[in-house]
Design a protein around this ligand. Structure first.
Ligand code: GDP
Length: 414
């Protein structure tokens, strides 16, 4: 295709339900693997006396990355006639949940995979919960390994029912539910000859119906400051998290609220007139205001679209550290480049896979354990400039931690 557009998606699901195999299959069926690679994998499988195992594709890509060669497994590419795709996050990656929750991998769509034989498991539910927490709406459910259940429509309906029931509870309405066999290729790129009872789309057809998220260029401008350099002129370096910043813009710096004008946009050997969302860039200003890492630069012209400067927020957090968290513990809060210490009051706690509330008896200290979700009130030691997650994701999400990240969260109320 000649389309420049690409859609980023993740594949999530319980361990061994077939994530790697589906990735391998997608790459193979769209001719996205180098010929030598395919041959190499075929030989390995033959040696082991196995059918071609698509899971090996991922293992091999992983290996290449370890050797520092070409392929970054964090981003695997393929394309259809319609557009290009990027699969984010190699499955089995230890940091997988962390990347999702902290926004390191910003997917626009997801495939939730379930083993037809094993049915819905704990991680199926947990990963689905994370998709719902992050507001992902373009979701395809694939019931995989249909070959193991004799391509039975009855079994498909059974698993589908169980999963849909859970997804309803967390507010996810999948766009499609497909019976597939990732290892045999049924209903991935080609229609299955074994499941004539299924009249719907293949995985690729379903993906092609999704929309690429409109560019954050249209959103209110947020430029977050990383650093300030004093050369012959003083350059404020940062990243445009949303919107577009232009030379000549009347800007306001938060949390101080001081105002000035963008005198220039500075890039290596260039002075562009604007910088779009996602761009790491530098600016100079007309007045010599005080700038510091963590400051957020916005437009004066849209006073109702500014972030809120506050020291108290309500949020939902996903705890992902082995050491539980207790109310009152002091911990760091990081949102874009803003980093402050904060205290966290626990309002309620829930199991992220059963969705059951965790009950604390009277007098018992509330704690959040690994993989639990909590509604909390956060008080920061200094004012921060933040947005509601529903409005501007990059300034509406944050992480909590000590040396390492322990939780990811989204701001639900300001
Ligand atoms: P992951 O942990 O979710 O990445 O799962 P893998 O892709 O590694 O698959 C786990 C196992 O299931 C491997 O042995 C695969 O060969 C097998 N598998 C994956 N998809 C299918 C399928 O459609 N049919 C059958 N029979 N086995 C499959």
């Amino acid at each position: 295709n000649s389309n420049e557009e690409y859609l980023k998606f993740v594949i999530v699901g319980h361990v061994d339900h077939g994530k790697s195999t589906l990735i391998g299959r997608l790459l193979y069926d769209t001719d996205s693997l180098p010929e030598e690679k395919v041959e190499e994998i075929r030989l390995v499988c033959e040696m082991l006396g196995k059918d071609m195992e698509f899971g090996y594709v991922m293992d091999h890509l992983e290996e290449e990355r370890d050797q520092g060669i070409t392929i970054d497994t964090a981003q695997v590419w393929f394309n259809t006639d319609k557009r290009n795709y990027v699969i984010i996050d190699a499955p089995g990656h230890v940091e997988f949940v962390k990347n999702m929750i902290t926004g390191a991998s910003q997917a626009e769509a997801a495939i939730l995979i379930v083993d037809a034989d094993e049915g819905v498991k704990e991680q199926t539910k947990r990963h689905a919960y994370i998709l719902s927490m992050l507001g992902l709406e373009q979701v395809i459910v694939v019931i995989n390994k249909m070959d193991l259940v004799d391509f039975s429509e009855e079994r498909f309906i059974e698993v589908k029912k169980e999963l849909i029931h859970f997804l309803e509870n967390i507010g996810i309405e999948p766009s499609y539910v497909l019976p597939i066999s990732a290892s045999k290729g049924d209903n991935v790129a080609k229609r299955s000859e074994e499941m004539n009872w299924y009249k719907g789309m293949t995985v690729l057809q379903a993906l092609d119906t999704f929309e690429v998220t409109p560019s954050a260029n249209e959103s209110p401008m947020r430029f977050v400051v990383q650093d300030v350099y004093n050369f012959t002129k003083r350059i404020i370096v940062g990243r445009v998290e949303s919107g577009i910043i232009h030379k000549g813009d009347n800007i306001i710096v938060l949390p101080s609220g001081e105002e000035t004008v963008v005198a220039s946009i500075e890039e290596f050997l260039a002075e562009p007139t604007e910088a779009e969302t996602g761009r790491a860039t530098g600016i100079t200003t007309r007045d010599k205001l005080f700038f510091d890492r963590g400051n957020v630069v916005c437009m004066q012209s849209a006073p109702d679209q500014l972030p809120v400067v506050t020291d108290t927020i309500k949020a939902r957090i996903f705890w992902m550290d082995k050491t539980p968290f207790t109310s009152g513990d002091s911990i760091y809060f990081r949102c874009a480049t803003q980093e402050v210490t904060c205290s966290v009051e626990i309002n309620s706690v829930m199991n992220s896979s059963t969705l059951e509330p965790v009950i604390f008896n009277e007098g018992e200290q509330a704690v959040i354990k690994n993989r639990e979700v909590a509604e909390v009130t956060i008080k920061t030691t200094k004012p921060i400039a933040v947005d509601n997650f529903n409005e501007i994701q990059t300034l509406g999400r944050f992480v909590l931690g000590y040396d390492d990240t322990c939780a990811g969260g989204i701001i639900t109320e300001l």
